[in-house]
Design a protein around this ligand. Structure first.
Ligand code: SF4
Length: 377
């Protein structure tokens, strides 16, 4: 297939659903309990609800929405740090738009902007570097956020700033890495997963080899998946086929985009600029060892954490907020008491309601047959 509408073909989707139904009916475990397949990436969560995929699947398959939306897992204390930097009079704070409304303990970046902070939305870190060149008397801070997908563009911008000798540019680095997080999920006693849809965008950078431990040590199948409806359905079928055959392998459904070896140039920039933090806090998941990165010593002058004094305080989420349980797949978004009442996309209380890739936002926006059946929407 070549064109995008071919990956959204209803008739082919119907054939795949029939194949999935036939396959799942031959898996003995599916007669005892639903098979739990986690989509790691928020992009997949968005596709699953946008195209109504969850409602088309047989009841023997339960999709668990994982922690792959970087905005959703940003802890409140880090948002407070952003606001503290952004409210300094000498600072122009630059960020991707989807981080603007993530709630901090007192305010979001959007509210800080309304209060007078100079906060600007950008499409790339290079845009932030351009602002730095144009404003030599101001301090320009870029909010570096995201998994390995966005890490290379931040790294390349820092390398560019270093080569030009730019002195008024820095990065508040909140980049996170997927493999330790998957390990933490697999070690969690709360979760009983039978397979994974692997993240397509992250895998474009890191390739498929870093996931081998999932198959070898944890004996779980993973299929790196594309984002169109037929991609997702085919990947679910591939995971089921592995379960049926008693296999646990790392397969690549998204080979048209994801090279098995990843992107060498991007990996080289990442290795040059970043080192692993000992631990990093995730909203709803707590602290995960080696799951975040910071700038290496030769690039310390571009590190906003070393440049500015930060509150650096851990803030607990509101007690009624159940983002952690949703992120771990223990409950569905509509089972949170705040869903659709106190917490909506217009008035988000939790980060999962903010980003389009957040499970709560996707459920709210597109609804879900299961939720409708339960009378929750
Ligand atoms: S409804 Fe709001 S508070 Fe509840 S889990 Fe979702 S984002 Fe968090």
């Amino acid at each position: 297939m070549k064109y995008i509408d071919e990956f959204r073909d209803r008739e082919k989707a119907a054939v795949l659903i029939k194949e999935i139904e036939a396959l799942v009916s031959t898996i003995p475990l599916a007669k005892e309990r639903p098979l739990n397949i986690m989509e790691v990436c928020g992009g997949h969560t968005h596709s699953i609800f946008r195209y109504g995929i969850e409602g088309m699947l047989p009841k023997e398959i339960d999709l668990v929405h994982g922690p792959g939306c970087p905005v959703c897992v940003l802890p409140m204390g880090r948002v407070d740090d952003c606001v503290a930097i952004a409210e300094r009079p000498e600072v122009i704070f630059t960020t991707f738009g989807d981080a603007m409304r993530v709630p901090g303990s007192k305010k979001s970046l959007m509210q800080a902007k309304a209060d007078g902070a100079d906060i600007r939305m950008v499409y790339s870190p290079m845009d932030a570097l351009t602002i730095a060149r144009m404003n030599p008397d101001r301090e320009i801070v870029f909010f570096g956020l995201g998994f390995e997908t966005t890490m290379p563009s931040t790294a390349l911008t820092i390398l560019q700033a270093a080569s030009e000798g730019v002195t008024n540019f820095s990065v508040f680095c909140n980049h996170i890495t997927i493999v330790p997080t998957l390990k933490a999920i697999l070690e969690s006693p709360d979760l009983h997963l039978d397979g994974f849809l692997g993240p397509g965008h992250v895998s474009m950078v890191i390739g498929t080899a870093p996931y081998e431990f999932i198959a070898r040590f944890y004996k779980k199948p993973m299929v790196v998946a594309g984002f169109e409806p037929l991609d997702v359905l085919q990947s679910i079928w591939m995971v089921l086929k592995q379960i049926k055959e008693g296999r646990a392998d790392i397969e690549n459904q998204y080979a048209r985009v994801v090279p098995d070896d990843g992107n060498a140039a991007a990996l080289s920039a990442v290795a040059e600029v970043y080192e692993l933090r000992e631990f990093f806090e995730w909203r709803g998941l707590g602290s995960i060892d080696h799951s975040g990165v910071r700038l290496r010593e030769p690039y310390a002058r571009f590190d906003a954490e070393r440049r500015f004094a930060l509150p650096n305080v851990t803030i607990a989420d509101p007690t009624a907020c159940q983002c952690g349980e949703v992120l771990k797949g223990m409950i569905k978004p509509w089972q949170c008491k705040l869903f659709g009442a106190a917490c909506t996309p217009e008035t988000p209380l939790g980060a999962l309601m903010v980003s389009a890739e957040g499970a709560c936002s996707a459920y709210y926006q597109y609804g879900s047959l299961k939720a409708e059946r339960a009378g929750a929407i």
